[in-house]
Design a protein around this ligand. Sequence first.
Ligand code: UD1
Length: 417
Amino acid sequence: MDKMVVQGGQELNGIVSVSGAKNSALKLLFASLLAEGHHHFSNVPKLMDVDSAANLLHSLGCETHREGDSFDVIVQRPKTTEAHYDLVRKMRASILCLGPLLAKYGEAVVSLPGGCAIGTRPIDLHLEGMKALGAEITLEDGYVKARAKKLVATNFLFELVTVGGTENIMMAATLAEGTTVLENAAKEPEIVDLANYLNKMGAKVKGAGTSVITIEGVNELKPASHAVMSDRIEAGTLLIAGAISGGEVTVTNIHPEWIESLIFKLKEAGFKVSTTDNSVTVHKAKSWQAVDINTAPYPLFPTDLQAQFMALMSLAEGTSVIGETVFENRFMHVQELCRMGADITPKSRVAVVRGRPGCLSGAPVMATDLRASASLVLAGLAARGETTVGRIYHLDRGYEKLEAKLGALGAKIKRVQ
Ligand code: UD1
């Protein structure tokens, strides 16, 4: 199993370009199931999760071709509309094929994704939304079985903000009869990206990016081409990498408004941050102040940057309180950061980080989930000595060539077997 070895203490300096967003690419690939024919995507990141999505599409009878960052999907009427457990368990986002299959073919059988390292993560709201659209849903032998001759528009209020739930119902409603209104919808930029693609396919989606999305159902969608938006979480991770190393890093190919909450917190901590239309620079700082964060749905601080920001706060002057309101059990990096010398006390969904500049020293540590792995790599950049991060397959699920990007900025980082 591969490990990442980081020699700490190198200042990161330079310019780095962000890849396509994993959390958008996966949904776009599943959305292609809504229209038979040839779909073309560009700016698709090379990631394990994208491979998992491609495997699932193959199992549903699609052909896929990748060349560089281009990805073609040829959708054909599937022999089966079943997404098998072996494919779904590798990637929770696979549940996002439910809406498209149900809307297009009137039935779908998708394995329940099951528990996950960062909490139980139910899909009850996905299923409630499908039911509201007229689907008959049963749970049998670990599978969701959904059936509907024709979905019928509905007004649906999400009890809590769910990104995947909003996307699944939005996709399903594109082919429903009548106009669906989704309230308390998630507002993430990835939802806007998905809506833009659906509209290119002939859907009539309005309001994506706000909490009310209206979808006027159409009879048929057609294949389309689309460039995947860039990855705001990768951008944030690279900026925190620059900050924690005491260097100056410019991240390009990113709209600053997508990471405004991070920029705000970096500034509050004392970093100078400058922006252009498509880049963000974090400037050199020798020390920084502790600030509190609470994760919450977009546009507030993303849960996917909480672990990385905690690594930064472990080296701040003062005490920060980090609240995780989106997922339970998303503090698994705490123990490993403490093994590197951080002083963090987690209690339920709050972690108290008593920052101490220079407190981190290299250690062998173990990645537990995607963003936790990133936080350990960042901590390693700032630690004295060598950090070895094990189980980096988590990292490969969501970061394209992270070691190459950090290496080009001056990090001493390598992958070993
Ligand atoms: C997506 C992102 C993930 C990010 C998360 C929150 C992808 C592939 N993943 O995950 O990186 O961390 O948004 O920004 O895009 N919930 C329910 N019932 C449901 C659905 C969700 O209770 O039916 C709960 C979840 O357990 C969680 C919260 O709602 O506590 C938010 O989850 P959700 O927004 O759905 O996250 P994902 O779409 O799974």
